[in-house]
Design a protein. Structure first.
Length: 165
C-alpha cells in the first residue's frame, strides 16, 4: 500500500468521530509558526494539538512571498497575534550552495528549470533566523501588534533555543 493509500485509509477512520463544530480556521493560541518542512520539528515537540496554531512550512523556514501571504491572512483575517519563526540544526539548506542545489536538481531532472527558483541556501542557522525576522518586519503591512520571535530547534536534543534579533 502506498503512503497516499495509507493516508486515505486513515482518513476513513478519522471521519467516524469528526465533528466540524469542534474545529475552527482561527487557531486557539492565536499563533503562527513558520518553520522548516523537516519532519523532526513536530507538533508534539512544541506541545501543540491540531487547531492550536497556523503552521506554515517550507524548506528552511524562509519568509518567501507565499509565506508572507499566509502570515498576513492569518494575522489580519484570522486573528493571530504572534509569529514564531523556527529554523533547525542540520538543515539540508545549510549543506549546499544555491549553485550546488541547482546543479544537483538539474542533473537529476535531466533538464533546466523552466522558471526561476531560489532555494535560499544558508550557512549560519542563527543568522538565517535573524534575516527572516528582519525580512518579515520590513514589510509595511507587518505592524508592531504582531509579536515576532525567532528560534533554533536542535535536532540532536529536541531543545528550542531563542535567537535574539
Amino acid at each position: 500500500m502506498s503512503a497516499i493509500d495509507k493516508a486515505i485509509a486513515a482518513n476513513q477512520d478519522f471521519i467516524v468521530n469528526y465533528d466540524p463544530n469542534r474545529v475552527s480556521p482561527r487557531p486557539r493560541l492565536k499563533l503562527i509558526i513558520l518553520t522548516c518542512m523537516d519532519t523532526r520539528i513536530s507538533y508534539k515537540a512544541l506541545g501543540l494539538e491540531p487547531g492550536d496554531v497556523h503552521m506554515i512550512r517550507n524548506a528552511g523556514g524562509i519568509v518567501t512571498d507565499d509565506a508572507l501571504r499566509s502570515i498576513l491572512v492569518s494575522h489580519y483575517l484570522l486573528g493571530t497575534e504572534e509569529l514564531m519563526i523556527i529554523n533547525h540544526t542540520d538543515c539540508g539548506l545549510m549543506k549546499a550552495s544555491e549553485e550546488e542545489l541547482h546543479a544537483t536538481i538539474e542533473s537529476k531532472a535531466g533538464v533546466w528549470s523552466n522558471t526561476p527558483i531560489r532555494f535560499h541556501a544558508f550557512k549560519d542557522v542563527e543568522k538565517n533566523v535573524r534575516e527572516q525576522i528582519t525580512k518579515i518586519k520590513s514589510h509595511n503591512w507587518v505592524k508592531s501588534d504582531l509579536t515576532i520571535r525567532g528560534f533554533v530547534y536542535d535536532v540532536a536534543t529536541g531543545k528550542l533555543r531563542e535567537v535574539k534579533a
